[in-house]
Design a protein around this ligand. Structure first.
Ligand SMILES: Nc1ncnc2c1ncn2[C@@H]1O[C@H](COP(=O)(O)OP(=O)(O)O)[C@@H](O)[C@H]1O
Ligand code: SF4
Ligand SMILES: [Mg+2]
Length: 364
């Protein structure tokens, strides 16, 4: 597959306080890194899932790609063209090719505009004269499975699923190559979630689209993503094919997210690793491994030394000093009880778990 979009060591910083306010609060560094040097690529026709809890930087990464927030370091290349540093006016053409479906479908539509003008709006913004907006709005509604009677509806008259379909139609209006879908299934009933994902799958097949799907819910991307990245405090902590991540998770955080995945086959069922403890503040990143405050496997080394993000299997990357080397280890989680004492994170987790054959003990 040819790479359509390439993101390399991307860093997005936000100022959290003004100069004076920062001095008054005694802040050494009044910035937070919402996205911390992440790299990935998206090929034509591919779906890449971006997964992490709230505040991990997923939306910021999506917004940086379409130029709604400025990246301070790194590169974003679309069809080989560098996007970092482009002026807003220079982004116009890019936004025809990369469309974003924003989180919260109803709130992202203008409350006082009918569906007809919401879908046709991109033609106005991009000054497209060679297409009949009305005809296009009808075509796009049909494409997303909505009756043309919805053209006259206002957003508050739509269900969550219908609003999401309108959002998809709007994103498709300028024939983009890439769609960034921010939490496309959030707030929807499970059956409607399935309908939206099926719709996105069908459109991908028919139109050859590439997707970047952003979600806090790992199961959502299982059947739609080719590859995945797991984000924590703005960093990628694991990245690989969807099969590899679900079958051979290497990072304890991924294992925690996977605990939410219903597994009908009891042989494959993992014991629960509940993600407990507060997500640390971006203003005060933990030293060493930034996940150590919540990691049931943390050892002495984890407190002092940041793990490198490295390849644990071909195309599979993780940043953990003690990644799960093979699936048997991940499956064995729970079979070996963690000792009552000696683990730094024991207070943070309810499930006492350990890797097969290992005794996590920070005291050596
Ligand atoms: N415009 C902004 N100014 C300052 N901080 C921001 C801004 N946008 C996002 N953030 C912060 O960046 C972090 C990542 O946010 P976000 O990308 O929305 O995460 P996610 O989509 O994973 O929930 C959060 O701590 C959030 O408060
Ligand atoms: S480096 Fe240590 S604390 Fe970090 S995820 Fe791995 S085992 Fe847990
Ligand atoms: Mg978000």
């Amino acid at each position: 597959m040819t790479e359509l979009l390439e993101v390399q060591d991307l860093r997005v910083r936000f100022r959290t306080a003004g100069l004076v306010q920062g001095l008054l609060k005694g802040l050494d560094d009044p910035f937070i890194d919402a996205v911390m040097k992440v790299s990935f690529s998206l090929a034509a026709g591919e779906t890449f899932g971006l997964v992490g809890e709230s505040g991990s930087g997923k939306t910021t990464l999506g917004r940086a790609i379409i130029g709604l927030v400025q990246a301070q370091e790194g590169n974003i290349r679309f069809e080989g063209k560098e996007l970092v540093g482009l002026k807003d006016s220079e982004y116009r053409d890019i936004r025809r090719n990369i469309a974003m479906m924003f989180q919260d479908p109803i709130a992202s539509l203008s409350p006082r505009k009918k569906v007809r003008s919401q879908i046709a709006e991109p033609f106005k913004i991009h000054n497209i004269k060679d297409k009949d907006p009305d005809k296009e709005a009808r075509r796009l509604l049909k494409l997303v499975g909505l009756h043309e009677g919805f053209l006259e509806a206002y957003p508050h008259q739509l269900s969550g699923g219908q609003a999401r379909r309108v959002g998809v139609a709007r994103a498709l209006s300028l024939d983009p190559k890439v769609i960034i879908a921010d939490e496309p299934t959030a707030g929807l009933d499970v059956s409607v979630q399935g309908e939206i994902l099926n719709l996105m799958n069908r459109l991908q097949r028919e139109l050859g689209l590439s997707y970047l799907i952003i979600t806090h819910n790992l199961p959502v991307v299982r059947h739609v993503s080719d590859r995945l990245a797991i984000m924590y405090l703005g960093r990628f902590v694991e990245q690989g094919t969807t099969t590899e991540i679900f079958e051979k998770p290497a990072h304890p955080y991924t294992l925690g997210l996977l605990a939410a995945v219903p597994e009908p086959d009891p042989d494959k069922r993992r014991d629960k690793l509940e993600l407990e403890g507060e997500i640390p503040s971006l203003m005060n990143r933990p030293k060493g491994c930034e996940f150590h405050t919540r990691c049931p496997f943390a050892q002495e080394k984890c407190l002092n030394e940041a793990p490198q993000y490295k390849e644990v299997a071909p195309g599979h990357f993780a940043s953990c000093h003690f990644p799960f080397p093979d699936p048997a280890d991940a499956k064995a989680v729970g079979r070996h009880a963690m000792p009552e004492t000696g683990n730094v994170a024991a207070d943070h987790v309810s499930g006492r778990i350990s890797r097969a054959g290992e005794t996590p003990n920070i005291n050596g």
